[in-house]
Design a protein around this ligand. Structure first.
Ligand SMILES: [Zn+2]
Length: 333
């Protein structure tokens, strides 16, 4: 299966946390946490459509200005998600600048922000053309775990305790459509932009009897969706990627995290401290490498990456990795 979701950590393992997920055949990307983002080039940054912020400690939110500056004057909508208090934090950032000249832009940026509470979300829209003043009072919707649900994928979140509310996230393809290139060629076709439209038809559960037509090499082709699906595609379970950072190891948090990350293809999880420094981890509301490995094992993930290490372990990264690996393999109980 050719993966659709391509995750990469934005920074080094001792630097600001952040995960960038780009999409195969699609000029869009998701960003999880927006700390220092200078390692992402402008082309990568401009692909970002959705930003999921675990919490607003500086190392998770200081890159907001950088992205905003790059997107000003562009015809673009950015979606933000963050925990309790997020709208106020966002408004505080926006209030830090003067916006008296932005109405001269021909294209206008719009920020759509959602604050996540355990049982509800609050959303507001901030158009650049209105100097980023919220265009409406907060819209309240019930929340039961799903932040975003498109035909192709779902993003879920849980609210955790980091001595303030902190969010962990999981992005999951609803199912994965493999396109069999040799079968495409056997029909006298080649892959092209029509593949994306065809996949969208399948994600949207279009009736198999519906017609699907497209142009290729100046010729119009027409098939039924069902015929084309039988001929050129193979459907398998979708990819699942999970992002967890800045959380204390408590039974409540552990239960929520194991459930969120269950059977993930790739779990990105913080491991700030070694177990020998567990007392500091407790005080600072962070995980140890042993705890990170334990969560990965209990969630039965296929692969995990630990990150967001305390600088006290610079040059001792291997100890963190070894501790997490032992816990993951179940050598320590
Ligand atoms: Zn934090």
């Amino acid at each position: 299966m050719r993966p659709v979701l391509h995750p990469k950590l934005v920074n080094g393992l001792f630097d600001d946390p952040g995960l960038y997920i780009s999409f195969l055949f699609d000029k869009k990307a998701f960003l999880f946490d927006i700390g220092d983002i200078h390692n992402l080039n402008p082309k990568e940054l401009l692909k970002i459509s959705h930003i999921f912020v675990s919490h607003t400690h500086m190392d998770h939110f200081i890159g907001f200005d950088h992205l905003l500056r790059l997107c000003l004057g562009r015809d673009k909508t950015l979606y933000f998600y963050g925990p309790e208090g997020f709208l106020q934090n966002l408004e505080g950032k926006l209030a830090g600048y003067s916006w008296n000249l932005v109405n001269h832009y021909t294209h206008s940026l719009v920020l759509k922000a959602t604050e996540v509470h355990p049982d509800r979300t609050l959303s507001k829209i901030y158009p650049c053309a209105s100097s980023f003043k919220a265009s409406n009072p907060a819209v309240c919707r019930p929340f039961s775990g799903t932040l975003l649900n498109t035909p192709g994928l779902t993003v879920r979140s849980v609210v955790l305790d980091h001595r303030l509310a902190c969010l962990a996230f999981c992005v999951e393809e609803n199912f994965h459509i493999n396109i069999l290139k040799d079968r495409v060629e056997a029909l006298g076709l080649s892959v092209g932009p029509w593949i994306k439209q065809f996949k969208e038809a399948l994600y949207n559960k279009t009736s198999p009897d519906s017609n699907f037509s497209f142009y290729q090499n100046d010729r119009c082709y027409e098939f039924t969706v069902g015929y084309l699906a039988d001929q050129i595609s193979h459907v398998t379970a979708g990819q699942k990627i999970c992002y967890i950072t800045d959380v204390r190891f408590s039974p409540e948090n552990e239960e929520k995290l194991v459930s969120l990350a269950r059977n993930a293809d790739h779990l990105f999880i913080e491991a700030a401290f070694l177990e020998k420094d567990a007392s500091i981890a407790i005080k600072k509301y962070h995980l140890t490498a042993h705890e990170a490995g334990t969560i990965a094992r209990k969630a039965n993930v296929k692969q995990y990456t630990i990150f967001h290490h305390s600088p006290r372990y610079t040059s001792m990264q291997h100890l963190l990795e070894e501790e997490a690996r032992k816990a993951f393999e179940g050598s320590i109980t």
